[in-house]
Design a binder for this molecule. Structure first.
Ligand code: ATR
Length: 273
């Protein structure tokens, strides 16, 4: 029997075990997927442990996505660029290879919601943290070339732009003032999390009606940012699709087949309300 895991701290709220186990059942795959609570201090021994105990692969979540890299044998090109891993695959040779499926998961989710015909639209990425890096590199790789990154600390946005070799970095104030220039907006700051003291990264007053607005947060499904965008008449894309697609791409790396993402998105949507 094959087994898989997700390692993180905290881990108890992860929806990955339920999602992957449902896919195994649906596809009659004799496998199981478990959550493992791993503190930063025990990361190295946890990786060795999962390897010794024969896990076929696992997901990596906060706070280990970057810290795990030294303990892996090999990195996929995109994971290397992002400097972050969310999926580990045990290769046929028994070595550990790190991938990052978050960014491509986001692009698949976006294209599932609005189609693939928007690649030439100017994109405004809001935020320049770990999640934003992943999405910026994945969007660039998938053919979105007109990328602008807005961030509270412009230097952090500039660092990503420099690495991409294309795009531009602006402040949140500039983004707010030039909002009408953008066809696609992606909210990726932690200010968009509706926990604790929520604050909108900025006002959407100047948003154009036909804009596509995405958030990477999926719990709650309708973030305040998406609510504000919807009120302005934008087409909105919740973070749920990204979550399901990053899992589906990991599943493909592990098992060589694709799970059903549509029914999973519908099921989780019903749970999240
Ligand atoms: P993640 O891994 O989820 O991307 P992160 O790496 O901590 O998290 O990045 C957090 C992002 O949210 C950054 O872009 C951060 O801006 P700075 O680079 O200026 O720190 C942004 N952020 C956090 N709190 C914010 C706030 N109150 N207003 C605006 N942006 C905020």
């Amino acid at each position: 029997k094959k087994w898989f895991a997700v390692m993180g701290d905290p881990i108890e709220h992860s929806k990955s075990p339920a999602m992957h186990n449902a896919w195994f059942r649906e596809k009659s795959i004799d496998a199981t997927y478990i959550p493992v609570h791993v503190s930063s201090e025990s990361l190295e021994s946890a990786v060795a442990g999962l390897k010794t105990l024969g896990a076929s692969g696992w997901n990596v979540t906060i706070p280990h996505k970057t810290a795990i890299i030294p303990y892996l044998d090999e990195l996929d090109e995109l994971a290397e660029k992002m400097g972050a891993v969310n999926t580990v695959v045990r290769t046929k040779e028994g070595t550990l290879k790190g991938y990052n499926t978050d960014g491509v998961g986001f692009v698949r989710s976006l294209e599932e919601a609005v189609g693939k015909s928007h690649k030439d639209k100017p994109v405004l990425l809001i935020g320049a943290g770990g999640a934003a890096r992943g999405i910026a590199f994945a969007m660039q790789q998938q053919g979105y070339e007109n990328l602008t990154i807005a961030n509270r600390t412009v230097a952090n946005a500039q660092a990503i732009v420099d690495e991409m070799g294309t795009g531009q970095a602006i402040s949140l104030t500039e983004a707010e003032a030039t909002l009408a220039d953008f066809g696609i907006l992606v909210q990726m700051t932690s200010a968009g999390l509706a926990t604790g003291n929520f604050s909108m990264p900025f006002s959407l007053d100047r948003l154009t009606k036909g804009a596509i607005v995405a958030d990477i947060v999926y719990n709650p499904l309708m973030t305040p940012f998406l609510q504000a965008a919807e009120e302005k008449g934008a087409t909105i894309v919740t973070g749920l699709g990204m979550f399901v697609h990053q899992g589906a791409i990991a599943f493909e790396y592990w098992l060589g087949e694709s799970p059903n993402t549509n029914s999973m998105i519908a099921q989780l949507k019903a749970q999240l309300g």
